[in-house]
Design a binder for this molecule. Structure first.
Ligand SMILES: [Zn+2]
Length: 273
């Protein structure tokens, strides 16, 4: 569950507006203080925003460690970044394909920063939370409304690493080998090894709250987040996309075209779970 209450100064409230503040709070979780690194506990944490340039970083701190503020001055206390918590969970779900054949699709659900979100100016003049540019650079994007698109959404900046009992999304940039890993059940490992997996990066869920992400309710929560634009997604292939085996078991064209022919299927939202 996102943090129930945060302490916010007047300037931050004005910069975000009422709607922005609600969305920022719903994307933050009371994990660790971004000053001392210790658990935030149950007291309302302070929201500290550092405006860098065309973006800003909003973080949670103990009120005893930092005072709530919007800092756009010359001196910014830059976060070290090593206090940010991320969570990942794997799931296997059976989308109903157009042919009606049973099939499995592996998802890796990642929240990359529980106590921090990035803010960007909106056309209305207020600031809105959004995803770090590293995710769009890797090929992740929101799903078009009403359809979970797997085809044409191969994330070329991400490689799927599949271990004996875990799966991981390995980002090629900005730091090679940066990865998000989660434990995976044997059947999930088999499917991920054959096809790769759908990487779902979201600030709207804490994967730890999904408990067993294979439960129907948890998967519906993830799909709802995708459907409502609360996640950026992309297909993580095990190797370069042009040598990856596509979802339907056909071999893709070896022309280096990430869209691929006869590649990953497009499934409508309407899953038979
Ligand atoms: Zn602290």
């Amino acid at each position: 569950m996102s943090v129930p209450k945060i302490v916010c100064d007047r300037k931050t409230c004005d910069k975000l507006g009422e709607d922005g503040l609600i969305k920022v709070r719903s994307w933050l979780y009371a994990a660790d203080c971004q000053t001392c690194g210790r658990p935030l506990g149950t007291d309302a944490p302070a929201l500290v925003v550092s405006e860098i340039d065309e973006w800003a970083l909003a973080e949670l701190h103990h009120r005893g460690c930092r005072t709530a503020e919007w800092n756009d001055g010359a001196v910014i206390t830059a976060p070290a970044g090593n206090t940010i918590s991320w969570r990942a969970e794997s799931a296997l779900f059976p989308p109903r394909s157009e042919s009606g054949k049973p099939s499995n699709c592996v998802m890796l659900i990642v929240n990359p920063s529980l106590e921090a979100v990035w803010l960007y100016p909106s056309p209305s003049g207020t600031w809105r939370p959004g995803y770090h540019a590293v995710f769009s650079a890797a090929g992740l994007a929101p799903s078009p409304p009403g359809t979970l698109v797997l085809r044409d959404r191969i994330a070329s900046g991400v490689t799927a690493r599949v271990g004996d009992d875990e799966i991981a999304a390995v980002f090629k940039q900005p730091t090679p080998e940066d990865e998000y890993a989660a434990a995976a059940a044997p059947q999930t490992v088999v499917s991920a090894r054959a096809h790769g997996f759908l990487l779902v990066v979201t600030h709207a869920l804490n994967p730890s709250d999904l408990a067993s992400a294979d439960s129907r309710a948890a998967i519906l929560q993830v799909l709802a987040a995708i459907e409502h634009g609360q996640a950026v997604i992309g297909w993580a292939s095990r190797e370069a996309p042009w040598v990856n085996r596509p979802f339907q078991g056909q071999r893709m064209s070896a022309k280096g075209n990430t869209a691929g022919r006869g590649a990953l299927r497009t499934f409508a939202f309407g899953f038979a779970l």
